[in-house]
Design a protein around this ligand. Structure first.
Ligand code: NAI
Ligand code: MG
Length: 332
């Protein structure tokens, strides 16, 4: 049995969560859910966006599924990543059928360092401006590069590409690049290469098929992964994982979408694909494969899609179609 912390959050977070749980119900797995409160509504009611009991719930669970928060997102999701030391941000870039992906054949993943770099939040004003610290440690570089190579090995990927700007940021990214190649030496079967971040931004448009696994620092990873999302067509489709030593949290990349909330218009795909990532993390690979294929079936068939994909089905209708494909595949 798996204990899963469920944080629906705000707006469409609640809708994509309930429809995803409806689909997971079809799997042959013993999943136990405990619900946690966080986000704007929680703030209104309790004066804090993230309750201590929610933090404890996530800490004591096997894994967490998170919907979306609204204006309090930074106090919720960014804080959870820090408190739980979820040092990896994993963002797959994959073409799905029936979507307006710019390329039909993409399948790579961005492994972004999630705890340091430009996002340590250490800024200060000076006499004539302001300074931000960019912190790169050996330890954090090592664990993110190790994760990337191990991920490549476990997932049949042939190559890991480090992305940096070591020609200008000689000390910080110099350390990151050096650490990357030290780790590469421990994985001789996997090809290792490195590019500057500006060149990578271009290669992602000109030859994205050449990437397998990209590993990079926090800010570069944030920017490149949104570029990756743009390549495969739309926020309603993009899942993500935040992974630490002892815990993980999976969430769609999108927010609470107040413009469409409460109307059943949200595309559940990003949340469903986040659940696929969760199942892989739990090593339930068969269930992950089945669910992934069922989502693929529905997108390919194109009969029950939400309005953002040109269909006229509701969030729950699309999810129920995924569930029925899932049950079909399980029965056959
Ligand atoms: P957003 O992702 O909520 O929405 C951007 C646009 O994409 C909107 O037009 C929305 O309707 C559309 N969209 C997003 N997800 C969709 C889906 N599943 N199906 C169909 N259309 C979808 O980002 P926005 O508008 O910048 O932020 C709204 C709120 O969400 C803000 O309060 C922000 O702080 C929060 N937010 C929370 C995040 C999180 O919890 N991880 C991440 C990003 C934003
Ligand atoms: Mg971002």
């Amino acid at each position: 049995m798996y204990n899963i912390a469920i944080i629906p959050g705000d707006g469409i977070g609640k809708e994509v969560m309930s429809s995803t749980l409806e689909v997971l119900d079809g799997l042959d797995l013993d999943l136990s859910y405990e619900y946690g409160k966080a986000g704007d509504e929680c703030f209104k009611k309790n004066g804090v966006a993230l309750l201590d009991e929610t933090i404890d719930l996530v800490k004591n669970s096997d894994v967490c599924l998170f919907g979306a928060a609204g204006e309090t997102a930074a106090d919720v999701i960014v804080k959870l990543r820090q408190i739980m030391d979820l040092f990896v941000n994993l963002r797959p870039v994959k073409s799905y059928p029936g979507t307006d992906s710019l390329f039909k054949d993409l399948d790579f993943i961005i492994v972004r360092e999630n705890t340091e770099g430009m996002y340590v939040g250490e800024e200060e004003y000076t006499e004539d401006g302001a300074i931000a610290k960019r912190i790169i440690t050996k330890e954090a570089s090592e664990r993110i590069c190790e994760f990337a190579f191990k991920y490549a090995k476990d997932n049949n990927k042939k190559k890991v590409t480090a992305v940096h700007k070591a020609n200008v940021l000689k000390k910080t990214d110099g350390l990151f690049k050096k650490t990357f190649y030290e780790m590469a030496a421990e994985y001789p079967d996997i090809e290792a290469e490195d590019y500057y971040v500006d060149a990578t931004a271009m290669y992602l448009l000109t030859r994205p098929q050449s990437f397998d696994v990209i590993v990079t620092t926090n800010l570069f990873g944030d920017i490149l992964s949104d570029e990756g999302a743009g390549l495969v067509g739309g926020l309603g489709l993009i899942p993500s994982g935040n992974i630490g030593k002892n815990n993980a949290l999976f969430e769609p990349v999108h927010g609470s979408a107040p413009d469409i909330a409460g109307k059943g218009l949200a595309n559940p795909t990003a949340m469903l694909l986040s659940a696929v990532m969760m199942l892989n993390y739990l090593d339930e690979q068969k269930s992950a494969r089945l669910l992934n294929s069922a989502i693929f079936d529905v997108l390919k068939e194109g009969k029950r899609l939400t309005p953002d994909m040109g269909g006229n089905s509701s969030t729950m209708e699309m999810a129920k179609e995924v569930k029925s494909k899932l049950l079909e595949r399980m029965g056959s």
